[in-house]
Design a binder for this molecule. Structure first.
Ligand SMILES: Nc1ncnc2c1ncn2[C@@H]1O[C@H](COP(=O)(O)OP(=O)(O)O)[C@@H](O)[C@H]1O
Ligand SMILES: [Mg+2]
Length: 256
């Protein structure tokens, strides 16, 4: 059984009272195994965020199912869904969404607080993660007192503190300069090597080249997938660039 099964997911948005419909996803079908690092690419408007929101349980599919560990949690009641989400999923958002009035430590602990974890246990979890991420000496600081890179590490810590089965990231490098991006991507790769399953939406070829598999979404479907296998990151990047240019060529043809 795969860790994540996305079964023929379709998403139609109804805009304005019974007006136009937008088919964001037509028929998305794929599986992710435990320990994989998968990047999802596609043009702007191809449905990447829609897909991630459905996987995150923040939106529901019009058709199809999403199974995590064999369980279709999209049909759970709100409270159960929230609990399932907390226990199984971690999120990294594009702008990190740290709470300004909370210290870094409290930001990291937030998912545990929401999960009703006791204080001693929380500290047992925060310290080792903060050490791994190199932010253990600044835990008492507030987001406005630290650098962008430190904020980003805090967001990663918060996303993995619950030991989620899957880490979901939507354009995590979108707002970062290239040095911070590289650091974040190396960090994701390190966490992945330690066993964390990661699904990352990105429009950056370079960011995607850190993954083991890159999935391209087009016309509401999985259009193409590239597996890294034994090749280097640089070779993976070349392959991704080739696929992206094929995608673009497809566009030219359809416009003629
Ligand atoms: N809440 C919504 N209501 C109506 N249309 C939406 C909504 N969210 C997204 N869309 C439409 O669905 C399509 C896919 O959007 P999105 O998933 O944000 O794409 P991406 O993240 O790949 O840029 C777009 O055409 C977008 O306008
Ligand atoms: Mg998006």
């Amino acid at each position: 059984m795969s860790l994540l099964e996305v079964n023929h997911v379709k998403k139609v948005y109804k805009t304005r009272m019974g007006g136009d419909e937008v088919t964001a996803l037509k028929d998305v079908h794929f599986t992710v195994e435990k320990g994989e690092f998968v990047a999802i690419m596609g043009e702007s408007g191809s449905g990447k965020t829609t897909l991630l929101n459905i996987l995150a349980g923040l939106d529901s599919p019009t058709n199809g199912r999403v199974l995590i560990d064999g369980k279709d949690y999209t049909t759970l009641k709100d409270n159960d869904k929230a609990m399932f989400r907390r226990e199984n999923l971690g999120f990294i958002f594009q702008d990190f969404n740290l709470l300004d009035n909370f210290s870094l430590e409290d930001n990291i602990k937030l998912p545990l607080v929401l999960g009703g974890e006791n204080h001693a246990k929380m500290n047992d979890r925060v310290i080792p993660i903060a050490k791994t991420l190199g932010i253990d000496s600044i835990l008492k600081k507030y987001p406005y007192e630290v650098s962008g890179g430190q904020k980003q590490r805090t967001a990663v810590a918060r996303a993995i503190i619950t030991r989620p089965h899957i880490l979901l990231a939507d354009e995590p490098t979108g707002a970062l300069d290239s040095k911070s991006s590289t650091n974040l991507l190396k960090l994701l790769r390190k966490i992945n090597k330690e066993g964390q399953t990661i699904l990352m939406v990105t429009h950056s070829n370079v960011a995607a080249s850190y993954a083991d598999r890159v999935m391209f979404i087009r016309d509401g479907k999985v259009f193409n997938q590239i597996y890294r296998g034994d090749i280097s990151r640089e070779e993976m990047l070349d392959k991704i660039c080739d696929s992206v240019s094929v995608l673009m060529r497809g566009d030219d043809e359809s416009e003629q």
